[in-house]
Design a protein around this ligand. Structure first.
Ligand code: ZN
Ligand code: ZN
Length: 404
């Protein structure tokens, strides 16, 4: 068999009953004729990210879905995944952090995003330097976002960030999380770098121009999510699948790159609520010619969940279903699921099970006729661990390893 796999992750898909939807979840309330067709002909159920009831962030949740175990195997941390997502080239032992360009005045943070400055690549060169034999490399991302890579010997990712996550506060001092001498050294050096960077930014031409125009200057670096880079067994090595990724948001591109997937550039795939889902589905359809495994990520469902916008989430799911219907008739296995639940009532992630649907030739159809939390309970897959989803799919296409 030479089936292809389209593996769709609607971030934060799972939800709880919503008052605005008369007690239904956004997925239940949404009119989704195409996903209901997939459910009718396929198998449904739930997956449990990590363990029952455990709340998980998107990074580790995706590791699990791809059959990697973030708590038993090495997990590189958010900073590394975000850095890879914006295209940074990392070396073994590099420490990477997420960076926000922020605005500071009289020692206090006025804006954590420096007025969502459009482009911080103008600062890259000036903020790349060497301190005490250790290299600090700044790589610009989208808007106010960037990644900081620390390269040298005797470094550790066991350090706290400096972002208090609130305006009107002073930035925190970088502290080591442990007494490990490498962590102490890294924290000290990073603080030195941040102070130096603040000095450079305070007199930078770009910021002077911004101030003249009445815009908040990008004059401070808020860093968080330190992680250490080590290479992982690639998707191809582990499953013998040639894989690609279609995503808008940096973290997911980073996860894909970490596992050696090709990241396809799709115009309009923004990782926001306005993402061009039609363009993404079309790109997935085209990618079937060259790839065995297509990871298609959609962030909007999670964003609506965080905003507590049940109606928005429902309407987005409807828009997605319409776009997805364009893959009707493709020769391959289609998986639709989420990485975790983001209930609108919580405006945050929860430890609830996540709806799961697998459609493709050879699937033993079950009695689940609609794709929704309530309906998935009668699905044949019942409740499996997220790490087993990939094995269910590999079994279907006849690629699963044989236990002898
Ligand atoms: Zn997520
Ligand atoms: Zn989220």
């Amino acid at each position: 068999m030479t089936f292809r796999i389209i593996f769709i992750v609607l971030d934060g898909l799972g939800d709880r009953p919503c008052k605005e939807l008369y007690g239904e979840t956004p997925l239940e309330a949404a009119s989704t004729p195409f996903m209901d067709y997939l459910a009718r002909e396929g198998i449904c159920g739930f997956h449990v990210p990590i363990d029952p009831g455990i709340v998980v962030e998107s990074g580790p949740a995706h590791f699990e879905l791809f059959g990697y175990h973030p708590f038993r195997e090495f997990y590189p941390g958010r900073g590394v995944l975000e850095a890879l997502g914006i295209g940074a080239k990392l070396e073994k032992g590099d420490i990477a952090l997420r960076v926000n360009f922020a605005t500071i005045k009289d020692g206090k943070i006025m804006d954590r995003r420096a007025g969502r400055i459009e482009d911080v690549s103008v600062f890259e060169k000036d903020l790349t330097m060497e301190i005490d034999g250790v290299q600090f490399i700044l790589k610009a991302g989208v808007e106010h976002r960037a990644a900081l890579i620390i390269r040298g010997s005797g470094l550790s990712s066991e350090i706290e960030g400096n972002d208090p996550h609130k305006t009107g506060r002073k930035p925190l001092k970088i502290k080591p999380k442990t007494r490990n001498p490498d962590a102490v050294k890294t924290a000290k050096l990073l603080q030195k770098y941040i102070d130096k960077a603040a000095g450079i930014l305070s007199t930078h031409d770009v910021n002077r121009e911004r101030e003249k125009k009445g815009l908040p200057p990008a004059n401070y670096l808020l860093v968080r999510g330190a992680g250490e880079y080590r290479s992982a067994e690639s998707f191809r090595e582990r499953y013998d699948l040639k894989a690609c990724c279609i995503a808008g948001a940096g973290l997911y591109k980073g996860v894909a790159r970490y596992f050696g997937m090709d990241v396809l550039n799709v115009r309009g795939a923004s990782g926001t609520k306005n993402t061009d889902v039609d363009a993404k589905i079309l790109a997935a359809k085209n990618a079937l010619k060259n790839y065995d495994f297509i990871f298609l990520h959609v962030k909007a469902t999670d964003l609506f969940g965080h905003d507590g916008d049940a109606i928005g989430k429902k309407e987005f799911i409807e828009r997605f279903d319409k776009a997805l219907s364009k893959i009707y008739g493709v020769d391959g296995v289609i998986v639709v699921t989420g990485d975790h639940s983001t209930p609108c009532s919580l405006m945050d992630h929860s430890g609830d099970d996540v709806p799961l649907l697998i459609h493709g030739e050879g699937v033993r159809a079950d009695n689940c006729f609609r794709f929704g939390e309530r309906d998935c309970h009668c699905g044949l897959l019942s409740r499996i661990h997220a790490k087993d989803v990939i094995h269910e799919v590999l079994n279907l296409i006849g690629e699963e390893r044989i236990v002898e």
